[in-house]
Design a protein around this ligand. Sequence first.
Ligand code: GLO
Ligand code: MG
Length: 344
Amino acid sequence: MTNNYRFSIGPWNISEGRDSYGPETRPAKDLVWKLALFKKGGFDAVMFHDDDIVPDIDTKSAAQVLKEAAEVRKQVEGEGLFVEMVAPRLWFSERTIDGGYTSNNAQDRQYAIDRSLQTIDIAQTMGTELIVLWLAREGTYVRESKSYARSLEYLAEAANKMLAHHPNIRLAIEPKPNEPVDVAYLPTAGHVLAFAHMTNDPGRVGSVIESAHCVLAGLDTADELEFAIAQKKLWSVHLNDQNGLKFDQDKPFGSVNLRSAFDQVRVLERHRYGSEHNACVAFDSHAYRTSGIDQVLDHAVNSRKTFLRMLEKVRAFDESAASALVASRDYQALDQLVIEHLIG
Ligand code: GLO
Ligand code: MG
């Protein structure tokens, strides 16, 4: 059976191994090196932050930024890849220490908006209409420091400016309940899709769902995916895994919970995910700190392999036996049917 999925990955998924408690364990590699590795690893598309495309972006003129973006597009296409999305990386800037769109400082909020409009220009140059917003610092460390309602208004004002900036772009918001902030404003798919209705064009505000973020929110990832699909708002997926409630681990897809991985692939397959909008399956995972440079993409190559193996499992699942057990309400037998199918 053919696989009709397109796989995507970002340059930040080739990391140098640094964590909060220790420095890099692998050498840094440039984008050209990474693009060649992505192609070799079986990937079709690339996800970018604005400053993955144009380093030191805030020090460059608008014309210079777009010139450099055009050059990177050539490199991407030269490898036979395409650009899935571009995201403004607001959370590295000294202007966003207190958040971007929802900062208590008006000039910093303006910086976040201006930078996001520039991201849209970059996305146009890169040939994509998908803008991803992971709202890293849009939340609170100290609950009493901000008003949630006011912050949602700020977010809607920012989204409206982005939507007005170009008629074709779509904003895919990536929910996450915490980290780096203590409490995020848009922690789940439900929050994101309700928020879409606070903007001027809800049809152009959707979501990208990441497995680890759903686990951190205590939710079932397959259900979060299907919730967004049911509203025609699942525009990308960041498949990975997460071992319970701790820091965001970004482990390879399926490495913790194979049954959840099965359910995630089954939802995507049942709804023919990817048949619209060039939607991609992205793996937002990281190499373990112990991995050497020669294994730096193995987490993603393995995630893709696991996805394709799970796809075979999903396609071979006895759906009519499952339906019969559902009809007779024998959910215990249904449970075992899934388990034995996965054990093989
Ligand atoms: C972090 C997020 C992050 C985003 C990326 C794209 O938890 O998953 O990796 O997906 O920055 O905007
Ligand atoms: Mg992600």
